[in-house]
Structure formats: structure tokens, C-alpha cells
Design a protein around this ligand. Structure first.
Ligand code: NAP
Length: 304
């Protein structure tokens, strides 16, 4: 890391979505600790966001709060306008906000729509309104998951279409809508997926990692866009189970937005700071419910 890099820290403006708790909160903390000039801690709920800012202020850190519900177009527009007026542009955007399926083992239509709206369609809204305020050479990190690797799918048609060099937004939207229609019509086939636990979440993260590749091809201006599996972290989302302590979970995301080479573009990254080939179906690095359940039982004595 060059001294120059550290010197420029105080000029940078960073935004982290869904950062009132969990991984987003820790990323905000770590960006503040690294001396990034302005770090936006955003939350859909103002009270929860302000409480989180207060907690970091007690540590001597100084994040700035702004309301942001990623599923609410007006909220995204308001925030984008604020960023433009206040700073002209931003250097770092971390799309972290997400939800998981209500029931890990059951796929319902209503819940699937909710998960896809929060984890995938929201990113298209952010692309529309917040990408225009990205500065040249800005860095975007889409927080994906091991549930977002192509090896979560078994359907040959979708594997081929989504891993095509010529992938377009339309392909990803068709994939997501195929899934939602299958759930709605009761035509979902288990064989199309490596596992059916947290299925809508898997679909949302596969779509997000695919979208990252399309976004990178289109964005230009030296901007880098990557997706990251941040590890299996003890947060609310995992009912406090996992092998990564929350306190350490910011290391990889912060590395990728501050220290990694700017030439790293359109990749699928891993929490150990390596890159994994997203299009390689044979890698078999998909999310495994047996490991999830084992940790869940270890950390939640009451969980059956
Ligand atoms: N934990 C893991 O093991 C793991 C593994 C792989 C990937 N990930 C990914 O890591 C990211 C962070 O997850 P986490 O484990 O920290 O989960 P978490 O503790 O549940 O935190 C999720 C955050 O997203 C916010 N959020 C949800 N919907 C939102 C919306 N519509 N608008 C704005 N914010 C919203 C939540 O706000 P509220 O407090 O208002 O609900 C919360 O602040 C997610 O993208 C997740 O998919 C996590």
C-alpha cells in the first residue's frame, strides 16, 4: 500500500447500504478506521441507523447517516440527489443490504418476490440513480455469497446462458422471472438446483454476481465493479452462526475497495482475498445447507 494511497483517504466518499448492523456496520467501522473522509452509514429505518452511528461515535469514529431503503425508488433517488449536491460524486459504493428467505427450507412466492426485490431488483434501481454519481475510477463492490456462484445451479440451459461471454441484462432478468414464475405456478423442479434450501436467496445472489459482469462491461470511466462472497459470518442473517467472527468480516471488503489493484474488474471474489472463476460450474463452491445447519445447531442450542 503506497503512502500516496493513505494520503488520499481523507478525500474519499464511501457509501455502504444496509449498514445499521451486521457486515455493513463493520465495513463502515473499518472504512472510518482507515481514515476514509466521509463514510455513509445508511439504513432503511432512521432510528436503527442513528443508533448505529451513535455506537460508532462512542468509538471515536464519525460516520454520516442517511436514510436509504434500497427497495424504495424515491428513497434511492433522494439519496442520489443528496450525494450529488453535497459531494459531486462518490468514490466507493458497497451494495451490502440484503434479506434471506423467511424459512430456510421452504420456497413461497411472496417470500421469493420479497428476496428478489431486496437483493436483485434493488441493484438495478441503484444502478439507475447512484451509478451516475460515481466518480471516474470509483469502486463498486456487490456483496454476493457462495450462494451466488454458478455451481448453485444444475439446469444446463441457464448455466449456459448465464455464463455466456455475451451475457446481457435481459438474460438475467429472464432467469429471475423464470424462477418466480416456476414458484408461482408450482412448476419448480428440484433437479434444476444443487440444493433447494434458501432457494430464492441463491437465485438472487446468482443474479447479482451475473449482473456484476454485465455492469462492468457497460460502466466505463475506469470504474471497477466486483462481487464478493464475504464468508459465513455470525450475524442476524445466519442466526449468529458461522465460522467468521463479525469483527473480522470487514477485512476482505475493505481490502477490495481500498487496496486491491484497480485492474481487478468484473470478478467474483472470495473472503480470503482470492478470485474464483464464476463461470466454472465444476468448482462446486456453492452454499451447503448441511454446513449451515451444523453451525446453526452449534450456536443455537434451541434450534431444531
Ligand atoms: N452472514 C453471512 O454469513 C453471509 C454470507 C454470505 C453473504 N452475506 C451477505 O452479506 C450482506 C450482509 O449480510 P449480514 O449477514 O450482515 O445480514 P444482516 O445482519 O441481516 O444485515 C442486513 C442489513 O441489510 C439491511 N436491509 C435489508 N433490507 C434492506 C432494504 N430494503 N434497504 C436497506 N437496508 C436493508 C438490514 O436492515 P434492517 O436492520 O432494517 O433489517 C441490515 O442492516 C448481505 O448481502 C448478505 O447476503 C452474508
Amino acid at each position: 500500500m503506497s503512502a500516496n494511497n493513505e494520503n488520499n483517504m481523507s478525500d474519499k466518499v464511501a457509501v455502504v447500504t444496509g449498514s445499521n448492523k451486521g457486515l455493513g456496520y463493520i465495513i463502515v467501522r473499518d472504512l472510518c478506521r482507515r481514515g476514509v473522509g466521509v463514510v455513509y452509514l445508511t439504513a432503511r429505518d432512521e432510528r436503527r441507523g442513528l443508533d448505529a452511528v451513535e455506537a460508532l461515535k462512542k468509538e471515536g469514529l464519525n460516520p454520516v447517516f442517511h436514510q436509504l431503503d434500497v427497495t424504495d425508488k424515491e428513497s434511492v433517488k433522494r439519496f442520489a440527489q443528496h450525494l450529488k449536491e453535497k459531494h459531486g460524486g462518490i468514490d466507493i459504493l458497497i451494495n451490502n443490504a440484503a434479506v434471506i428467505t423467511n424459512d430456510f427450507n421452504k420456497t413461497t412466492f411472496e417470500d421469493s418476490v420479497n428476496v428478489l426485490n431486496a437483493n436483485y431488483f434493488s441493484i438495478l434501481t441503484i444502478q439507475e440513480y447512484i451509478f451516475p454519481v460515481l466518480k471516474d475510477n470509483a469502486r463498486v463492490l456487490n456483496i454476493s455469497s457462495d450462494a451466488g456462484h454458478i455451481s448453485n445451479l444444475e439446469n444446463p440451459y441457464w448455466i449456459k446462458r448465464l455464463t455466456s461471454e455475451d451475457l446481457k441484462l435481459e438474460d438475467i432478468n429472464d432467469f429471475v422471472n423464470w424462477f418466480l414464475d416456476s414458484v408461482k405456478n408450482g412448476t419448480l423442479k428440484e433437479d434444476d438446483f444443487v440444493e433447494t434450501g434458501i432457494l430464492a436467496y441463491r437465485i438472487s445472489k446468482v443474479a447479482l454476481s451475473a449482473l456484476t459482469r454485465v455492469q462492468q462491461k457497460q460502466v466505463g470511466r475506469g470504474i471497477s465493479i466486483n462481487s464478493l462472497h464475504p464468508g459465513f459470518i455470525k450475524t442476524n442473517m445466519t442466526k449468529n452462526s458461522g465460522f467468521l467472527e463479525l469483527d473480522d468480516a470487514g477485512i476482505a471488503p475493505v481490502y477490495f475497495v481500498l487496496d486491491a489493484d484497480q485492474s481487478l474488474k468484473g470478478k467474483y471474489l472470495w473472503f480470503d482475498k482470492t478470485e474464483k472463476e464464476w463461470t466454472d460450474h465444476k468448482l462446486k463452491i456453492h452454499s451447503r445447507m448441511d454446513i449451515f445447519m451444523e453451525h446453526l445447531k452449534m450456536n443455537n442450542k434451541d434450534y431444531v
